[in-house]
Design a protein around this ligand. Structure first.
Ligand code: NGQ
Ligand code: ZN
Length: 453
């Protein structure tokens, strides 16, 4: 690619909102300069840094709308999980690639530019590894490339069925690895990511139910020292109770006793914490990877966001099971959970007079960039040009600018206000259309027909 320039009427930069901004890019899609004045290609609308989607299980997108019917007994997270395992056993590599590509198109159209793929469907349906044990994760790379989204692949380390190394259940057979084969997966992915700025590799120990601290330490010792680590923790009350019964500690306490958490770590959910755990997690620098629409859908509970952010804790957002795919909706759900719990308004705004949407949006793109460990998260020199452009001509944005435009986007229902999205300087969503959306949708429909949903 050539070096280029884009001109925006309005843009959110680290210095705040600026009018008439020209952004220069190098041939690799990295920002070299941001300054006042006109020049280059004019893109109409309001430019904001695109948000990373730090927690995705792409395979779950294909059960969308198929788990919302009351079961014979009481429904819970755990009955949903049984149903999800049933769906997960049916996907072939081609199916996963088709489902993930469609999902990634939807993410881009909603304003996300990077996905953290927490990928645990490693082996064939009977549990036999593919000839390349990284096959399924490589399909996520292929889907991301086709869609043009940045990806931090987080192959999942999964070995056990419960705290203390309990045996896995048959429904988990596609997920399981020992340290050696797992590190082979990481290596094979790293080879494919080398020299590609839109790909990055980390790991995701599934949870302290699925790995022991000893196994995880062995794997971490085989990784580059700054590879990101994402782990589910304390999502459900039953998980907290089982952890207490196993070792007398709660999951976040156990995680922090066993590992020295830093901003290399993202704690997914961390819903159920005591005030002391919450303060310790916030001070560790670890990012809380929140998935508010999935957490609501699965009946997890309410994350203590006012307290955690009040302690300076970093957050990021993820669409997780993809029951909804929208940064605006996840941020709105996060704010509403606090309002409903506390019977207040503007619960997460930074302070008097500050915009709630702006506080949340800043937190999500900054925390998201750290969690993904990719050079994104600001319209500033040295960052990748990952930018979401809101449609200033949309009737809902008439008379709205800057923070009020962000608040309107986040509180109005979201996605229709996103007009253009750039990833690494590539214009992947143009006037609400993704550049490959027809072909990707055709492949997705064919996969759903094969899967007979
Ligand atoms: C997952 N999903 O791994 O997809 C989990 C459910 C589990 C969410 N936690 C399975 N939202 O936690 O064991
Ligand atoms: Zn998850």
């Amino acid at each position: 690619m050539q070096s280029r320039k884009f001109h925006f009427d309005s843009a959110l930069t680290p210095q705040g909102w600026s009018r008439d901004v020209t952004v220069s890019l190098d041939g690799a899609g990295m920002i070299t300069q941001v300054g006042p004045g006109e020049g280059g290609e004019h893109v109409s609308g309001i430019a904001v840094p695109a948000v990373p989607n730090v927690h995705s299980h792409a395979h779950q997108r294909f059960m969308l709308g198929l788990a919302e019917r009351a079961g014979p007994g009481a429904d819970s997270f755990w009955t949903w999980r049984e149903a999800m395992y049933g769906f997960a056993l049916r996907l072939s590599p081609d199916d996963l690639e088709a489902v993930a590509a469609q999902l990634y198109v939807e993410m881009l159209k909603a304003g996300f530019s990077v996905v953290g793929e927490f990928q645990y469907l490693h082996h064939g349906p009977d549990g036999t590894p593919y000839s390349d044990p990284a096959e399924m994760s490589l399909r996520c790379f292929a889907a991301a490339q086709h869609a043009g989204i940045g990806i931090t692949i987080l192959p999942t380390l999964y070995a056990f069925g419960g705290f203390g190394g309990q045996p896995p259940v048959p429904g988990q057979r596609r997920f399981l690895n020992h340290a050696e084969r797992f590190l082979k997966i990481v290596d094979n992915l790293s080879i494919q990511a080398r020299g590609d700025a839109s790909r990055h590799v980390g790991i995701s120990p599934h949870s302290l139910r699925a790995v022991t601290p000893e196994l995880l330490r062995e794997v971490i010792a085989g990784l580059p020292p700054d590879a990101p680590i994402h782990v589910h923790v304390a999502e459900q009350v039953k998980e907290v109770d089982d952890c207490l019964a196993f070792c007398g500690l709660r999951p976040v306490e156990l995680l922090m006793r066993e590992f020295d958490l830093t901003d290399r770590w993202t704690a997914i959910h961390a819903t159920h914490m005591t005030p002391a755990e919450m303060v310790a997690l916030a001070r560790s620098g670890a990012i809380a990877g929140l998935c508010p629409t999935t957490e609501a859908n699965l009946g997890d509970g309410i994350f203590p966001a006012t307290q955690f952010m009040g302690q300076g804790g970093a957050i990021a957002i993820g669409s997780d099971s993809h029951i909804t795919v929208s940064p605006a909706e996840d941020l709105r759900m996060l704010e509403y959970s606090q309002r409903l719990r506390d019977r207040t308004r503007n619960a997460l705004a930074g302070g008097p007079g500050q915009s709630t949407g702006r506080t949340l949006y800043d937190a999500a793109f900054r925390g998201g960039a750290r969690s993904m460990r990719q050079p994104v998260g600001a319209i500033a020199p040295g960052c990748r040009f990952d930018v979401t452009v809101l449609d200033a001509d949309h009737p809902l944005l008439a008379g709205r600018a800057e923070d009020s435009a962000l608040d309107t986007w986040i509180f109005s229902g979201g996605n229709p206000l996103v007009r253009d999205v750039f990833v690494g300087g590539r214009h992947v969503v143009k006037d609400r259309h993704h550049i490959n959306e027809d072909l990707i949708a055709r492949n997705f429909r064919a996969a759903l027909r094969r899967l007979d949903t």
